[in-house]
Design a protein around this ligand. Structure first.
Ligand code: GLN
Length: 278
């Protein structure tokens, strides 16, 4: 009898292992990284695949696509991605009783990743724009941003009016890129895949200024000597979470979770943790 029982449990174990083995692996192009808030259970869960899009697959893993070079919203602390979006994303997953996972990809791959179902949502200090709204739905806004201009301390550029004819560095696909390309022409704009790279180009004199969101701008300026942010603001924007057009169920759930986290002060606490009052 005992032997039969042992054999049965062995079979059960093998069956479970086989089932786990079938789980689709995370898609090759994306570097998946978990935040401190995510549990080890997320590791064994599917990180999105063609057959079982994250946005529709059973709904047990909330995969947040981001570009983790955007302090204080998302950035690396050792191997972990931390920041305002990372923590709000984790809090939303907790509210929804889902595992949480972060997929760190290029900024302009975030919307395609949501559309293909590789990610459940995009959270990357992402501005709501009419063009993006054609491709994804946005939740209610959870923060505001301002496009600002970073220049070298001794720069002749004193205000937005001086940008005409200057070389402008931006992060590819961001609103800084879109607005500057519209206002000053494609030729004036040099695109970099990360904000950090645009700032390095400014330091080495390849561009005359960088147009980027105010909070990352502050952290770039504090981490690099000889830079300053112009007083004049280029554009005011709302940040929200992007979700696939067809996944209105998740949109409703994330909006409800956001409502709760805004009302109970969690969102403000997270923001205050990363952005100190001046
Ligand atoms: N807020 C800007 C945008 O949505 C920049 C976001 C980012 O670089 N992560 O385009």
């Amino acid at each position: 009898m005992k032997k039969v029982a042992m054999l049965l449990s062995l079979l059960l174990l093998l069956a479970t292992m086989a089932a786990c083995g079938e789980a689709p692996a995370s898609s090759g192009a994306n570097t998946s990284s978990k935040t401190e808030a995510s549990s080890s259970a997320a590791e064994s869960s599917a990180a999105g695949s063609e057959e079982t899009p994250a946005s529709t697959a059973g709904g047990d893993v909330l995969i947040m696509a981001t570009n983790a070079f955007f302090e204080p919203y998302e950035y690396y602390e050792g191997d972990n991605i931390v920041g305002i979006d990372a923590e709000i994303g984790a809090a939303i997953a907790k509210e929804l009783g889902m595992e949480f996972q972060i997929s760190d990809i290029e900024f302009d791959s975030i919307i395609p990743a949501i559309q293909s179902g590789k990610a459940s949502m995009g959270m990357a200090g992402m501005t709501v724009t009419p063009d993006r709204e054609k491709n994804v739905n946005f939740t209610k806004s959870y923060a505001t941003g301002i496009q600002v201009v970073i220049v070298k301390e001794d720069s002749p550029i004193a205000s937005i009016d001086d940008l005409e004819g200057k070389k402008i560095g931006v992060q590819q696909g961001t609103t800084g890129d879109l607005y500057c390309s519209d206002d000053y022409g494609e030729d004036a704009v040099t695109r970099y895949s990360k904000g950090t790279d645009a700032v390095m180009a400014l330091l080495s004199g390849k561009v005359d200024c960088v147009v980027i969101d105010n909070e990352p701008a502050k952290s770039f300026v504090s981490q690099n000597e000889g830079l300053k942010i112009l007083d004049t603001e280029y554009a005011l924007e709302d940040y929200a979470i992007a979700i696939a057009k067809e996944n209105t169920e998740l949109l409703d759930k994330v909006n409800a979770a956001l409502d709760k986290l805004i009302t109970d002060g969690t969102v403000q606490d997270i923001v205050d943790k990363y952005i100190k009052a001046e």
